[in-house]
Design a protein around this ligand. Structure first.
Ligand code: DC
Length: 235
């Protein structure tokens, strides 16, 4: 059983703001797994592109960005149990969560070379122990051999309210309407792009959490992990 905890791969995919990361972080903590936030990597590349003037009016100058990719050092550090995104030596965890970055990230994430770059970073964590990742294409493209695939959904209204509250908590100003628009735009681009579009893997188990609290979702996953793998939480 301990061996499984060290090698299990759990993929959580779904639309923006369905609570994938909060859910994945709690599972990681309770089961001693490493949490990987794939969206944070796309956001960090986007931040880099924005800060260097490679995005104008929502258009990415990919010829300007791509030569920098191989020298871009992106990694996660785990500070007090929380995953923190680093771009080179700089902690960008807060800077990547703004609405400006959210407005540009889907364009950057549509680029096949950016996707390849991010996939390589995610793959490099494979041997670091049991991992749980959230994103859009983890179960379909990044780790198609994942032991467990979950596809999360929730109503747009509930997602917009949750994300606006989260941003407010971080001191980032925006209206629910702005957040809803951004979610709908990202859902559309993420599910219609040519490379690795957001889609549910055939074997993924769907979790609609529109009316579920995080605790109810944790009860659900505890039963599932016990039943499917005989895994129990370590805390
Ligand atoms: O999960 P998030 O909202 O932080 O993700 C930010 C963006 O990154 C999202 O709009 C789409 C993109 N993304 C992706 O294309 N593939 C992933 N595996 C994760 C995120």
């Amino acid at each position: 059983m301990t061996e499984l905890r060290k090698s299990i791969i759990i993929a959580i995919d779904g639309f923006s703001s369905t609570g994938k990361s909060s859910f994945a972080k709690l599972i990681a903590r309770d089961y001693g797994l490493l949490y990987l936030d794939s969206g944070a990597l796309y956001r960090a590349v986007t931040l880099f592109a924005m800060e260097n003037g490679f995005i104008t009016d929502g258009k990415l100058d990919r010829n300007a960005l791509l030569p920098f990719l191989s020298d871009l050092h992106l990694h996660f550090e785990y500070i007090n149990g929380a995953s923190v995104t680093f771009l080179g030596g700089r902690n960008v965890e807060n800077d990547i969560r703004t609405l400006q970055v959210a407005s540009n990230v889907s364009i950057v994430a549509s680029d096949p070379q950016v996707r390849n770059f991010v996939d390589n970073i995610l793959h490099s964590y494979r041997d670091k122990g049991g991992i749980i990742m959230d994103g859009r294409d983890i179960g379909t493209t990044v780790f198609p051999d994942a032991d467990l695939k979950i596809f999360m959904t929730a109503s747009t209204e509930v997602r917009a309210r949750r994300r606006a509250a989260e941003m407010e908590q971080k001191g980032l100003k925006c209206s629910i309407e702005q957040v809803r628009q951004n979610l709908e735009e990202r859902d559309w681009i993420d599910s219609h792009r040519e490379v690795s579009p957001l889609s549910r893997a055939a074997e993924a188990i769907e979790l609609d959490n529109t009316d579920k609290t995080l605790e109810e979702q944790m009860d659900w996953i505890r039963s599932l992990l016990k039943e499917k793998f005989g895994l129990s939480p370590i805390r």
